[in-house]
Design a protein around this ligand. Structure first.
Ligand code: PMP
Length: 290
């Protein structure tokens, strides 16, 4: 596998950044997780829009245009002969002096890793995941806004540790007010009374691309979509629940906090949406072979 760094390709073991890079020292940087489906880069333009919003929020001036970054993403996929892949696009603040000031950094690094990923075992897409609500609360908008896809994922990692130590692969994070924010790396949806319900991003989640695509699929299928704050009670008593993310796609959640959700299996609405999502993912996006 060849890793792209600032316009050049490096073998996996040679792909390096400086230990003085503030991305390494402080988690000072941003990233995107993107999918390549059947040689189409899924929602590439939308990923660029989110990336540039993240950059703006952390006052990181990008020396590349969106088009230049999109070209680099497609090039990295072609260089690695990929048809289906997970693309990790990272922009770090760059090398700087010791000390927090980002203004000592002048060379942001653009890194693109394009490779295969299988986040969850295939049978979990049929049988569903089990999760637990963890004590760690989602970052507050007043601290590190959850809409920024930053290189600092300790909030999510602490939550993941708490879940894994208890034997769960995934966890639910609440916001400071006690409402459902999201899972450690995925957005949350429930189905109740035939309606698809998800918390608004103001409750503390990332504006997920898969979330957006799922809402589009549901709308096309005539399923009513509602964005409203959810409590744990709403998830426990939902007919169905599933998580969305670029790496996970749509995966059913069949148990939360020892309460079985619905009938404890992947529900009919989740199945329909997963199928619609898979069909859409094959067709839309930016082709890498054009
Ligand atoms: N929330 C968090 C915290 C994430 O890291 C991600 C991406 N893994 C998501 C939600 C889902 O976003 P997307 O669908 O764009 O991958």
């Amino acid at each position: 596998m060849k890793v792209y760094i600032n316009g050049k390709y490096y073998d996996e073991n040679e792909a390096k950044v400086s230990v003085f890079d503030h991305g390494f020292m402080y988690g000072d940087g941003i990233f995107e997780g993107i999918r390549l489906y059947n040689k189409n880069v899924f929602k590439l333009q939308n990923h660029m829009d989110r990336l540039f919003r993240s950059a703006k929020a952390i006052c990181l001036d990008l020396p590349w245009t969106k088009q230049e970054i999109m070209n680099a993403v497609c090039d990295a996929c072609r260089t690695n002969n990929l048809t289906d892949a997970y693309i990790r696009l990272i922009i770090s603040r760059g090398k700087g002096k010791l000390g927090l000031s980002p203004f000592t950094c002048s060379d942001p690094q653009l890194i693109i890793i394009a490779d295969q990923i299988q986040l969850y075992a295939p049978e979990l897409y049929e049988n569903g995941l089990k999760a637990i609500t963890v004590p760690t609360r989602r970052n507050s908008h007043a601290a590190l806004p959850p809409m920024v896809k930053s290189l600092n994922y300790l909030n999510n990692i602490l939550a993941k540790i708490e879940a894994q130590k208890l034997g769960y692969q995934e966890c639910l994070l609440l916001n400071n007010e006690g409402y459902v924010a999201e899972c450690s790396g995925d957005n949350v949806f429930i189905v109740f009374d035939g309606k698809l319900i998800t918390p608004p991003v103001s409750c503390g989640s990332l504006g997920g691309m898969t979330r957006e695509a799922t809402i589009d699929c549901a709308t096309k299928l005539g399923i009513e979509v509602v964005e409203k704050p959810l409590t744990r009670f709403d998830v426990w008593t939902a007919d169905e629940c599933f998580l969305t993310g670029t790496a996970a796609k749509l995966i059913p959640l069949v148990e939360l906090d020892s309460r079985t959700i619905g009938n404890g299996k992947c529900g009919p609405v989740t199945k329909k949406l997963l199928q619609a999502f898979n069909e859409m993912a094959q067709k839309v996006g930016v082709r890498i072979d054009k």
